[in-house]
Design a protein around this ligand. Sequence first.
Ligand SMILES: C[S@@+](CC[C@H](N)C(=O)[O-])C[C@H]1O[C@@H](n2cnc3c(N)ncnc32)[C@H](O)[C@@H]1O
Length: 447
Amino acid sequence: MSRNNHFERFESHTQLKHFLLNAYLRQWAHILVQDRGRAHRRPRRIWFIDAFAGCGRDGVGAPGSPVIAADVAREIAAEYFGAPKGTALLPDRGMRVIAVEANAKRARRLKGNMQPYAREEPRVASVYTGVLQEFLGDLQPRVRHDPVLYFFDPFGVDGLDAEVLNQVFDGPRREVLLLFSDTGAVRLAGHAVAQAPNREQLLAERTRTKSLFGQDDDATLEQADLTFVEQRLGGYRGKQQSYDKMTRAFGTAAWVEIFLNTPPALRRERLLDLYGETLRKAGAKYVLRFQVTTSAGEHKYTLLHAATHSAAFAAMKKAMHSARRTIPRLAEQPVLFSLDDTKSAETDSRRHNAPAVETVASEEVRHLHDAVEQIARRFAGQAEVRWIDGRAGRVGVKHYALHDTPLLVHQFDDLKGVLARRGYLKTARPLTYAFPQVAEDGLSKAS
Ligand SMILES: C[S@@+](CC[C@H](N)C(=O)[O-])C[C@H]1O[C@@H](n2cnc3c(N)ncnc32)[C@H](O)[C@@H]1O
């Protein structure tokens, strides 16, 4: 399916994206409106800024990202701010959705689909036609002290701009959820660095022995050769544009070296690493990634989550974990996904030929032992550390692992195993650990 008919009917991997977005938004909104934040001030207003909003619904009415978000915003208005349908929401309260769409035709459809949320009480959404860069100057003073989640969901890498990322991490509670088309990035990079052949050389290769059948045939053949050569050269036009798109998305031309010096099979992963760096340079302190593949093994895209605060990082992990256990019944095709590699999930998703979210959130996640060392350092010298948060607000191992290590929830059983094998387990009930006071290099020898 091409970009042009993306909004006719959402494909199953798009439905999976919407399922994950919905799962995360619910977790995010409920946590943040209750979170007391700094200075014990409870956020009264939170923002979801959908920078690539699309049409709002597909041709058969299935909701897209801005409608999904606006439905969550309505729930939040009713549950926490006494504003059910038909009741106005105070301007500084609730969850607000900003939907931005650059394409004029899609923006018109978007406005129609968002009308109930923008015009009827409680009003939770606004639609902007254009690109986020045009509106950031107006939006930022309005959202200044509130938590903000930006959603970047472009076609390929078109429209991604590291400069915008540099601007969005401008407060203590900022998050980005970004659908990164890593395969699209590899294709675009390949196009940008391809060496165009020389026209004369191509023509020389096509030169034929003059026909014995007269000049008319020669002229036809010559014309065919010219057309062929122009078509070949045409494939290399737009190289500069591809280069510019890549450099704008990554905020650096470093992708060129990486692409050229990396074996083809590893390019996708390396470009993802580089994009992770782009997010960190922009101000993200926590970056998670989830891969979406079809059960036939075709990788579709990677979902990147980047945040300035650990509460968002932990919420994302929890949302992905609980979403994994729910099998959505979407459209005609059931969509299964898994954040781990359990056999049953693999077999099931293969049977239904449905997309799946792969195990690995990031390279670091594989390194359970690195996380254990980090934990042992954090609690070094403490003889009574509970798994679940301890008394008097003392942080437990679980909380720390969730908020400050790359470990995902489904790895917690393995984590407990490694902690026990290293001799840190003190009592099983309640689960309590004792961590030795060791020099930094002593930790790795303790395994
Ligand atoms: C993949 S679709 C978005 C789908 C939508 N997020 C959803 O889940 O339903 C990408 C959309 O971004 C729009 N777009 C492309 N470049 C843009 C830009 N720089 N700013 C805003 N929208 C853009 C396209 O017209 C298209 O509608």
